[in-house]
Structure formats: structure tokens, C-alpha cells
Design a protein around this ligand. Structure first.
Ligand code: LRH
Ligand code: MN
Length: 388
């Protein structure tokens, strides 16, 4: 198989999971701007996600967030997804919007509050049983705002206890994906602030616990691809929450703010076996489209991840290895920069045509008239959002 056709088959096999909340309204503490045609329920969110998969061919999974996507019958929701040509992916728990969780959820000083939080996490595993999902994604807003507010070590003990109980409930093929975040909504300590803390808890839990790298959750200047290479080597990279940022957890479109960083990350993924489905890395988007049209934004983001992946797959690893081995710093760097400078859009257009798709997914989407159709039909009811 020529290098080019190997790259094309890897691109055809790529799978990018889109977030149900990316199709709903979202914003900042200053304002949430509504948009015409926004879904009112998880069924309509899945219909929008199916539009993304229809024009990209690589986005067949949709992450849910509970309770934002709470329904009576999750098997019915999964069947609805199937009918649309998509399936339900990771289930995201939410222990960050209930008044009881002001001082923490699974780390709260009060055992009753911890019990309530763990019960929600266990409910999410029940939902996974109904939807056939593999991944329980856990992000905790837990933390403190002032020195002395609570005992840092004691909170870690409470977190470990809660995670162990949920881990014991997992089915054989199910996983915990533990997500870390440096700050926000807490501003002194977060109980899972960085990859090291997440990694340590996942090591303690066992093989069914892995780390999620949200690209917006690091201190400015953090070398995220180092974390990726390290976790892949340890077999503890469970997935990504792709988005991009200029400052903090901006949750902008993946690759929009820093396409070179996304390329460097995908280079470490590609060269360390992370694109191999057996490695089990979940490539998920976690974004909010506060001012831009939501479905085209998700399509653009999927294309940005595809472009970063294509460039990473074009890195001449033999030349890179030779330059690294001989200590030729400039030559080694040039190998990567050459790949990054490659215009891979014609290659991706070819991949799409070979899979029977329009080479231009955004043009294909516009041609469906879906935006106009949903704006006309989805009148009344309450548009979906974060319900915060
Ligand atoms: C937290 C986070 C987490 C989700 C939420 C939508 O910042 O990245 O992954 O639960 O965004
Ligand atoms: Mn995230």
C-alpha cells in the first residue's frame, strides 16, 4: 500500500465524536445568544449531529450530557440515533449545576452530598447500559476558592472513594474517562487540576480508567503534546475533548485558535499508535458555539481535526528518526514543518469523493437546506441549552 493510500485509509477510518451540547445554546456569564432552529430536545440534537456525519462521513457518534439530555427511555433515544445513522457515544455526568454542590460534589465535606453525587454517576452507568455506550466521562467542577476553605488531601481521599465505587459498577467493556481542568469554576484549587492528578487516580483505579485531555484545560504555554505522548506510552490516554482557545477555557472550534498545536498533538497521536482503533482513544469535540451557526461550526471543526491528522500522517517518520538519531536538530524540525506546511485539502477532498461524499462538506450541508428547514419547523418550545 503506497504511503498516500495508507494515509487515505487512515483518514477514512478516523472517527470524531460530536457533543450534543454543541448543537444547543451556550454562551458566557454575560450572555447566551439564542439562534433560530436550535434543537429543543435530545432527539433534535441527534438529528443535527446526523447532518454532520452525513457530510463528513467520520462523525457517527454523539456524546450525551446528563441531565441536559435526560429522556424517559434511553433505549428509544439510542434507537432514534440508529435510525439517523449515528450512535450515542460517551455519557457525561454533571455534578456541577446543583445547589448542593456549591462546596463540591464527590469531594464535599458532607457525606450526604457525596452520596447524592455518586448516585448520579451510577445513574449515568445505568444510562450507558441502555444506550450501549462504552465511556463514562467524568469532569468535576469540584475545588475551593480560598486557602483553608477545605482540606486538600481529605478531598482527594473522598474523590478516590467515589471513583472506586463507580469503577466497581462498570461493565466489562465500559470505561471511566477522567477529565482534568486547571481552574474554573474554582479559582484556588481544582480537585482534578492536571494530567498528573488524573493519571494517578486512574492508575489507582485500574485498566478501565483513563485520562481525557481537554485542550482548553491547561495553563497557557503548557506543552499538551508532551502529555499526550506520555499518556499514550502509559496506555492511559482515553480520549480528547478537542476545542481551541486564545486565553482560558474558551471552548472555540478545534484548530481555530492554534492549528499548529492541534497538528503537534495529532503527530504524537499518529506516531504512537493513537489512531489505531485498538488503542481506544476517543476523539471528541467539546465546544460551544456562542455566536456562530452551530452545525457548520461542528463541520468546520471536524474538518480541522481531519486536516491536522492528514498533516500528521504525512510526517516522514524515517527522515525524522534519522535526523533525531544524528542530532540534526534543524533537519528534524524541518521534517515536521514540511508536513505542517502541506496543503492537505486536495487529499481530503479526494478521500471524501472516494467515499461518495461531496468534497466540500460545508457546501454539501448548505445544499441540504437543513438550516432553513429547522428554523421554520422548530418554533415554540424551549431551545436546548446548559440550563444553568
Ligand atoms: C468542562 C467541560 C467538560 C464538560 C463541559 C461541557 O469545562 O470541558 O468536559 O462537561 O465542559
Ligand atoms: Mn471538556
Amino acid at each position: 500500500m503506497s504511503e498516500r493510500s495508507a494515509v487515505k485509509s487512515a483518514l477514512k477510518a478516523q472517527r470524531i465524536e460530536t457533543p450534543s451540547w454543541g448543537y444547543g445554546n451556550s454562551g458566557t456569564r454575560f450572555k447566551v445568544f439564542a439562534q433560530p432552529g436550535v434543537p429543543r430536545d435530545p432527539f433534535e440534537k441527534l438529528a443535527d449531529a446526523a447532518q454532520v456525519h452525513a457530510v463528513t462521513g467520520v462523525a457517527p457518534k454523539v456524546s450525551l450530557h446528563i441531565p441536559w439530555d435526560r429522556v424517559e427511555d434511553y433505549a428509544e433515544l439510542a434507537a432514534h440515533a440508529h435510525g439517523l445513522g449515528v450512535e450515542i457515544g460517551a455519557v457525561n455526568a454533571n455534578v456541577f449545576q446543583d445547589d448542593d454542590y456549591k462546596l463540591g460534589s464527590v469531594t464535599h465535606p458532607d457525606a450526604h452530598v457525596r452520596r447524592k453525587a455518586v448516585d448520579h454517576l451510577l445513574e449515568c452507568v445505568d444510562i450507558m447500559d441502555a444506550t450501549g455506550s462504552r465511556d463514562l466521562k467524568l469532569w468535576f467542577s469540584d475545588g475551593t476558592n480560598y486557602p483553608g476553605q477545605d482540606d486538600i488531601a481529605a478531598r482527594q481521599g473522598r474523590l478516590a472513594e467515589a471513583l472506586a465505587e463507580v469503577y466497581a459498577r462498570l461493565g466489562d467493556t465500559q470505561r471511566i474517562l477522567l477529565e482534568y481542568k486547571l481552574f474554573e469554576p474554582a479559582f484556588y484549587t481544582m480537585d482534578v487540576p492536571d494530567w498528573g492528578t488524573a493519571f494517578a487516580h486512574c492508575l489507582t483505579l485500574g485498566p478501565k480508567a483513563q485520562v481525557v485531555v481537554d485542550t482548553g484545560h491547561h495553563a497557557p504555554g503548557t506543552n499538551i503534546e508532551f502529555i499526550v505522548a506520555f499518556l499514550l506510552r502509559e496506555g492511559k490516554l482515553g480520549g480528547f475533548d478537542f476545542n481551541s482557545r486564545f486565553y482560558a477555557d474558551d471552548d472555540l472550534m478545534a484548530g481555530a485558535a492554534d492549528p499548529f498545536q492541534l497538528f503537534r498533538i495529532m503527530h504524537e497521536v499518529a506516531k504512537n499508535g493513537g489512531l489505531d482503533a485498538r488503542t481506544g482513544v476517543a476523539f471528541m469535540l467539546d465546544q460551544c458555539h456562542n455566536i456562530e451557526a452551530k452545525i457548520p461550526a461542528v463541520i468546520r471543526s471536524v474538518m480541522n481535526v481531519q486536516e491536522a491528522t492528514a498533516k500528521a500522517l504525512l510526517v516522514d517518520l524515517d527522515a525524522l528518526g534519522a535526523a533525531q538519531q544524528s542530532g540534526d536538530v534543524l533537519a528534524a524540525n524541518a521534517v515536521l514543518m514540511d508536513a505542517f506546511a502541506t496543503d492537505v485539502r486536495p487529499l481530503l477532498a479526494e478521500v471524501r469523493e472516494e467515499t461518495g461524499l461531496n468534497p466540500d462538506p460545508l457546501a454539501a450541508y448548505r445544499a441540504t437546506g437543513w438550516a432553513e428547514k429547522t428554523a421554520a419547523e422548530r418554533v415554540g418550545g424551549e431551545q436546548a441549552g446548559w440550563g444553568a
